[in-house]
Design a protein around this ligand. Structure first.
Ligand SMILES: Cc1cc2nc3c(=O)[nH]c(=O)nc-3n(C[C@H](O)[C@H](O)[C@H](O)COP(=O)(O)OP(=O)(O)OC[C@H]3O[C@@H](n4cnc5c(N)ncnc54)[C@H](O)[C@@H]3O)c2cc1C
Length: 399
């Protein structure tokens, strides 16, 4: 089981809640996307919202199984995406600042900076030059090199990109905080927000059907199911979005804190990402999925781990800290698109999708949800200008 879920005061979804026959907005999935959407819908006064979750607990999908990074990514060399990521990070920060201190502390948000680099290749040079050319609009990210006295994760010999706003967080607790704040806000304002444990089996025009063959009439439906319910997408999107399994390990806590940033890097061993938790010194490390059969593309089993990936992650962990031993290991699902960017928008009349974040959902989910909440509340006419143009689901529409 993941470190995040194992150390969680879990939030069961009340099992006996009555399922309404109809609602204004039906949200499918209670991870970061679904709970952020519930929160912003309440913030923007949208009444009669129903949140359906297949699991018995909130935040048991990818949001309870990820690497804990909340870091804008400059690596696409796209200022629009980078600035959107930064805005999402600010939204999360603002949300936490509005919560009680005990909630803020529990979510363990620490700004550490993020160091990203490639090891042992000339590619980083090209990448660095391209980034440098675009730096003005990518404020907050800069190049560091071997002449800069910033310790990197594995020596100081690489050029790297340092993103100052890179942060770490306790993802599942953040979702709990959002879910609870959404319920409080909805109650205070006399809006209705109901969460029910149900697996949605089908989305049809104007309604969703559950596995128990119940039908709920809905004005709008929003898919926030990540890679766990892809069969609910229209067929043209099903052909595009793929489930991909990711794997992580966590060391024991109590390791001395190094004065370094969180990092993600690529080398001959593929992509890897790590944080050392500021709160307890524990390392959380993920990646290496290229060692699994078919790089774990299409693998939807998040109840087991791949032994080869485990071994590789263990040896990186030792490299990072000789005393570190693996205490937790887990897998989770990501939704991938061919261009690696999210699919966001209205995909059928009244049916919206917020999905396809690959391994960057923490910095995109709340921003996409907030944007859609503006549309559903009538504050905005469309998502245009609220999300990067490149996220528009319509780019994959063939008919
Ligand atoms: C191993 C791993 C490491 C990662 N590391 C990072 C990282 O460090 N930083 C980062 O930014 N991102 C990371 N990600 C990506 C990030 O975790 C996800 O993009 C993000 O959590 C997605 O949130 P979500 O709410 O959309 O999906 P989820 O958290 O997966 O929630 C979807 C929910 O929908 C529910 N659902 C699905 N289908 C149905 C249905 N039919 N009926 C009812 N409910 C349904 C599921 O049960 C689930 O609870 C990582 C992902 C993985 C797997």
């Amino acid at each position: 089981m993941s470190f995040w879920i194992s150390n969680l005061d879990r939030r069961p979804i009340p099992p006996d809640t009555l399922l309404p026959r109809s609602c204004n907005v039906c949200i499918i999935g209670a991870g970061l996307t679904g709970c952020s959407l519930a929160y912003y819908l309440a913030e923007y006064d949208v009444p009669d919202v129903l949140l359906l979750e297949a699991n018995a607990y909130v935040a048991h999908g990818a949001t309870g199984r990820n690497g804990g990074h909340l870091s804008p990514s400059p690596s696409r060399l796209d200022p629009q995406i980078y600035n959107f990521d930064k805005r999402t990070t600010s939204l999360v920060r603002a949300f936490l600042q509005s919560q009680e201190e005990v909630v803020q502390r529990g979510c363990e948000l620490y700004t550490t900076g993020l160091l990203s680099y490639k090891r042992g290749t000339a590619a980083v040079e090209d990448h660095a030059v391209k980034l440098a050319e675009r730096f003005p609009p990518m404020e907050g990210s800069r190049l560091v090199s071997d002449t800069t006295p910033i310790p990197s994760l594995q020596g100081t010999h690489q050029k790297a990109i340092l993103t100052d706003s890179g942060a770490q967080v306790y993802p599942a607790r953040l979702v709990h905080a959002m879910w609870e704040a959404a319920q409080r806000k909805a109650k205070e304002k006399g809006l209705l927000l109901t969460t029910v444990q149900r697996k949605v089996s089908q989305v049809v025009e104007g309604a969703v059907l559950t596995e128990q063959e119940e039908r709920i009439e809905c004005r709008s439906v929003v898919y926030c199911g990540n890679a766990y319910g892809l069969h609910l997408l229209p067929s043209w999107l099903q052909a595009i979005v793929q489930p991909v399994r990711g794997q992580c390990v966590a060391s024991q806590g109590g390791l001395s804190l190094r004065q370094w940033m969180s990092g993600s890097w690529t080398d001959e061993g593929g992509d890897q990402y790590v944080i050392q938790r500021r709160s307890d010194g524990r390392y959380i490390l993920g990646g290496k999925r290229f060692l699994a059969p078919h790089q774990d593309v299409g693998n939807t089993d998040d109840s087991t781990v791949d032994p080869t990936v485990r071994e590789a992650l263990q040896s990186v962990l030792k490299e990072l800290h000789p005393e570190a031993v693996v205490e937790f290991e887990w897998t989770g699902l990501m939704a991938f698109t061919p261009d690696g960017l999210p699919v966001v928008g209205e995909v059928q009349p009244g049916y919206y999708v917020l999905c396809g974040y690959t391994g960057h959902g923490m910095v995109r989910a709340s921003g996409c949800a907030e944007a859609l909440a503006r549309v559903l509340s009538g504050m905005a006419d469309s998502l245009k200008g609220l999300i990067p143009d490149t996220f528009d689901a319509a780019r994959f529409r063939t008919v």
